[in-house]
Design a protein around this ligand. Structure first.
Ligand code: HRO
Length: 312
């Protein structure tokens, strides 16, 4: 078997593999980030960082079953300074990308000012879609708010930046959001964050399974793959060609990654399956993807990326 080339680029940075962690999965603490650094993932992406550390929502706040996971973590993280120190301490071992979340525009502006002062550029995924902040809506469902935020950001900020979106379900929303995003020098768009405010019911106990928000939370895992693929493919078709698509949602096998790339993703993130299987998941997924590429005589992901066929 020849070994297919799984390398890619993310916001201009070369990665040896197109498979990375999703922000939030195994990337909050020093130990978790070290595990990812030592794994075969193409890069490390941090938990969404806020200006100050946050404890997040009450536990239990994560639950998984065969077809998915539900979470209402509430953005627990160690704060921007911790994640920047981690990136600094790791040097050039493996590309490390920063996920950023802000509770309000002032906090976002302070976070970006902090990044601007660094003597190295940090590629940043701006999380516009956390579904679990009690009393706060998901930013990216408010289109004028997204426009306002991006105008403020690109007024002064020049390091590479992309955004993570929630899933959309209507053609007009895909079109309006793409039109808006096309006005800004974004490097990438990540589709999708967990579909929010879902409910898992345990019929045995006749109860919800997580404590915050009376059991409502964001869902991940196999059950969201068709929604994720639809969002990747729609935005791949609608966004200008210099905005990369990052696929996230429903990835637990090499075939899932193949499908995301076929829909247009330049790299693919793994969340729920990483939580289930641990960082060894990257090696298995790479092997499974290589077997598929070999069977189809593809030698690199660029040969089939975005080439999903329509029927007639
Ligand atoms: O921490 C969370 O509750 C969380 C975040 Cl920030 C996110 O972006 N997506 C998610 O499913 N959970």
């Amino acid at each position: 078997m020849t070994q297919a080339d799984l390398s890619t680029h993310w916001a201009g940075v070369s990665l040896s593999s197109c498979i990375v962690n999703a922000s939030g999965a195994w990337c909050s603490t020093f130990a978790e980030l070290m595990d990812l650094t030592e794994s075969t993932s193409g890069a490390v992406l941090t938990k969404s960082a806020t200006l100050y550390p946050r404890k997040g929502n009450l536990e239990p706040r994560y639950f998984q079953w065969t077809y998915g996971s539900i979470n209402s973590m509430g953005l627990p993280n160690l704060g921007i300074d911790f994640y920047l120190d981690f990136i600094r301490s790791q040097g050039a071992k493996k590309p490390i990308f920063l996920s950023l979340a802000a509770m309000n525009p002032e906090e976002l502006s302070k976070l970006l000012q902090r990044l601007r002062k660094l003597d190295f550029p940090v590629v940043t995924e701006l999380n516009l879609s956390c579904p679990n902040l009690i009393g706060k809506p998901q930013l990216a469902y408010d289109f004028s708010c997204v426009e306002e935020i991006l105008k403020k950001v690109f007024d002064f900020y020049e390091f590479p930046l992309g955004v993570k979106l929630p899933p959309y379900f209507d053609t007009i929303h895909f079109e309006e959001m793409a039109e808006l995003l096309n006005c800004f020098p974004l490097k990438f768009v990540t589709c999708i964050n967990s579909p929010g405010n879902a409910l898992f019911v345990d019929p045995q106990t006749e109860s919800v399974v997580i404590k915050p928000k009376e059991g409502f939370g964001g869902i991940g895992g196999p059950c969201i793959k068709p929604i994720a693929l639809a969002n990747v493919n729609k935005f791949f078709k609608l966004l200008k060609s210099d905005i990369q698509l990052i696929g996230c949602g429903g990835v637990s096998s090499g075939q899932d990654i193949f499908e995301h790339i076929l829909c247009g993703a330049s790299l693919v993130q793994v969340g729920t399956q990483l939580m289930k299987e641990g960082p060894g998941v990257f090696e298995r997924l790479q092997e499974e993807l290589c077997v598929i590429l070999d069977r189809k005589s593809y030698t690199s992901i660029e040969e089939f990326r975005g080439k999903l066929k329509s029927l007639g």
